[in-house]
Design a protein around this ligand. Structure first.
Ligand code: PLP
Length: 374
């Protein structure tokens, strides 16, 4: 089955005998034990499993081409579970513009517990190679990266990881499996903030981990999920499942609009640079073209001519774009990223991050035209 069909069929209601077409929300935290002590479908207690969560996890695993999926109450909870599956003294490689909260989580929490991290430029093969140590257990990749839209060649990093017996995890939040399938390119683990494109409507928080094999790492993550309890509520699972039904449609439309907007902004005299992997001017356009399908995503960032003040003023002049953090919803958002990340961030002060929504492209371009005029 093709992606769009799989997205619909994988979320069909197969757990009830009421014949309801839409899946009911199973709020029950506990499930009746049979006389012989067994449970139907292994449903026991909602921290361990729940029908809405199971349907969502099956769907996510299928869409990413993985064997198994675990969902969490947020993207950060999913990332925490992956890091928690490692042991004191293990070493992890992170990209230099990794999602800022991941950087904070490593320095403020996991380093205290004895996990070691090295930050590298993931687009530089030699830098990655020379950062590998005997205790390196995981390479973490984000492509395109946040907020500079750097591209990492997943096949290349996967080759390095395999040769050195290291796991490769890809945060695929920005691309979604509509555009990029990391497991097919050699990654072992895919992680998502399902808050973004899967949910798609800025009204639900969630995260997931999808693995290529149901191996020891998968079992560890499953155990951490159930023990530490950072699980999504049945209603959140239901909302994310509903989002998945239109994921392909939304992402392809938003991607098309983003490319047009990127092309417009690239020619504008008030814009110094546009970071968008679908532009020929992007230094890693060839890698993006090789590994992405159906387009280059609905996220971009621009460097404004001027300073932080000039950039922030533009966000205030935009009327169709809403000034807010996050991404992947139906509404277009803009944000001065350095203000969000704080003083230690190495994001340029004149950078604005843009999440393109489902509005008409002409309205979005007109909005930038008026906001950039004096
Ligand atoms: C938002 C985001 C996260 C964190 O997910 P939450 O659902 O907000 O916890 C992680 N990685 C990327 C790339 C994100 O955009």
């Amino acid at each position: 089955m093709k992606f769009e069909t799989l997205a619909i069929k994988s979320l069909e209601n197969n757990l009830t005998n009421t014949n309801a077409v839409s899946v009911p929300i199973y709020l029950s935290t506990t499930f009746i034990r049979n006389e012989d002590g067994s449970y139907n479908n292994d449903f026991l207690y909602t921290r361990s499993n729940n029908p809405n969560r199971q349907i969502l996890e099956n769907s996510l695993a299928l869409l990413e081409g993985g064997k198994i999926c675990y969902t969490f109450s947020s993207g950060m909870a999913a990332i925490s579970a992956i890091f928690q599956s490692f042991s004191t003294g293990d070493h992890i490689l992170l990209p230099d513009d990794v999602y800022y909260n991941v950087y904070m989580l490593t320095t403020e929490v996991f380093e205290r517990w004895g996990l070691e991290f090295t930050i590298v430029d993931m687009s530089d093969k030699n830098e990655v190679l020379s950062a590998i140590k005997d205790n390196t257990k995981l390479i973490w990749v984000e492509t395109p990266s946040n907020p500079q839209l750097k591209i990492t060649d997943i096949e290349q990093i996967s080759e390095i990881a395999k040769k050195n017996d290291i796991l490769l995890a890809v945060d695929n939040t920005w691309s979604t499996p509509v555009l990029l399938k990391p497991l097919d390119l050699g990654a072992d683990i895919v992680m998502h903030s399902t808050t973004k494109y899967f949910g798609g409507h800025s009204d639900v928080l969630g995260g997931c981990v999808i693995l290529k094999e149901n191996n020891e790492t998968a079992q560890k993550i499953s155990h951490i999920q159930s023990l530490s309890g950072g699980v999504p509520s049945p209603f959140d699972c239901w909302l994310i499942s509903r989002g998945i039904q239109t994921l392909h449609l939304r992402v392809t439309a938003q991607t098309k609009t983003a490319k047009k907007l990127a092309k417009f902004l690239e020619k504008h005299p008030q814009i110094k640079k546009v970071n968008y992997p679908g532009l020929k001017s992007h230094t890693q356009f060839d890698i993006a073209k090789k590994q992405m399908k159906n387009g280059y995503g609905a996220m971009l960032s621009v460097l404004i001519k001027g300073n932080a003040e000039t950039a922030k003023k533009i966000t205030n002049k935009l009327k169709v774009f809403t000034t807010a953090t996050s991404l992947g919803g139906v509404e277009s958002l803009v944000e001065h990223r350095k203000s969000v990340e704080g003083i230690n961030s190495n994001t340029p002060e004149n950078l604005l991050r843009i999440s393109v929504g489902l509005e008409n492209v002409d309205d979005l371009i007109e909005d930038w035209k008026q906001a950039l005029s004096n």
